[in-house]
Design a protein around this ligand. Structure first.
Ligand code: GLN
Length: 243
């Protein structure tokens, strides 16, 4: 029997799972298993309660505009619990559409504004200005490389989004764009770090392609639940790959 266990929630995993974002949980589970930690997975979707006390890691993946509108209608019922989870330093990975909906709002490709739950301070506009003229090209698509400003680590991914996200109060970028577009194609930021929330436009999925980041977040989750163990030290000898 495993002594240590993490409970993972996949928010709207049946609707928001672009390019197999679920692979982030597979990667986390892979590294956890190598150090004798079991991972329990639960899908939390439309109409389900999100119990913020029950989880040690949350994935909120990406989706297209249509799925985001469905999820946006259900999210307010979970907003208080999600805010609690975040403000209590719960580790969370939000990818693309999930990243957008944690912010104040996102504007779809057709110009419709969809409210997020505003538990984080960013907002997402679209590729047009008020007169519906193109602001900056089309969809932001392709391979992307960024550098994490805290650690110097480089992360590799694939982005495909039309939303342009701008960070707000207390938020810093996951990294600076070396090649590719990032949050908005303009300010060289990619993703977000806020408390223990990591947001990103990276598919790939981000944890499978960037094992060092997966291990960092895994260590954070374990440290929060089992503070008496030095989890980073246990994970350091575990080989990681970035590609
Ligand atoms: N619909 C959003 C956009 O295009 C999110 C896309 C995604 O999650 N890949 O901006």
């Amino acid at each position: 029997m495993t002594e240590y266990q993490l409970n993972v929630a996949h928010l709207y995993g049946n609707l928001m799972n672009t390019y197999g974002d679920y692979g982030n949980i597979i990667a986390l589970t892979y590294y956890a298993k190598q150090i004798g930690v079991a991972v329990d997975y639960q899908l939390v979707s439309l109409g389900d309660e999100f119990d913020d006390q029950a989880f040690d890691f949350v994935l909120f993946g990406g989706g297209q505009d249509y799925e985001e509108t469905i999820v946006a209608e259900d999210l307010p019922a979970k907003a208080t619990a999600i805010k609690h989870y975040i403000e209590n330093d719960g580790p969370l990975l939000a990818v693309c559409g999930g990243f957008q909906l944690l912010g104040h709002y996102m504007v779809m490709a057709d110009g419709t504004r969809v409210d997020g739950i505003g538990v984080m301070d960013h907002y997402t506009t679209n590729m047009y200005d008020d007169q519906l003229t193109v602001l900056s090209g089309k969809r932001l698509t392709g391979n992307i490389v960024i550098e994490n400003n805290d650690t110097g680590e480089k992360y590799h991914g694939f982005e495909n989004h039309q939303g342009r996200t701008f960070l707000g109060e207390g938020e810093r970028a996951l990294g600076t764009v070396i090649s590719g577009n990032g949050n908005n194609g303009m300010d060289k930021t990619e993703g977000v770090i806020y408390r223990n929330v990591y947001g990103s436009y990276f598919h790939g999925p981000i944890f499978t392609r960037n094992g060092n980041l997966a291990k960092r977040v895994l260590a954070t989750a374990l440290q929060r639940k089992y503070p008496d163990v030095d989890w980073q030290a246990r994970l350091d000898p575990v080989p990681t790959e970035s590609f």
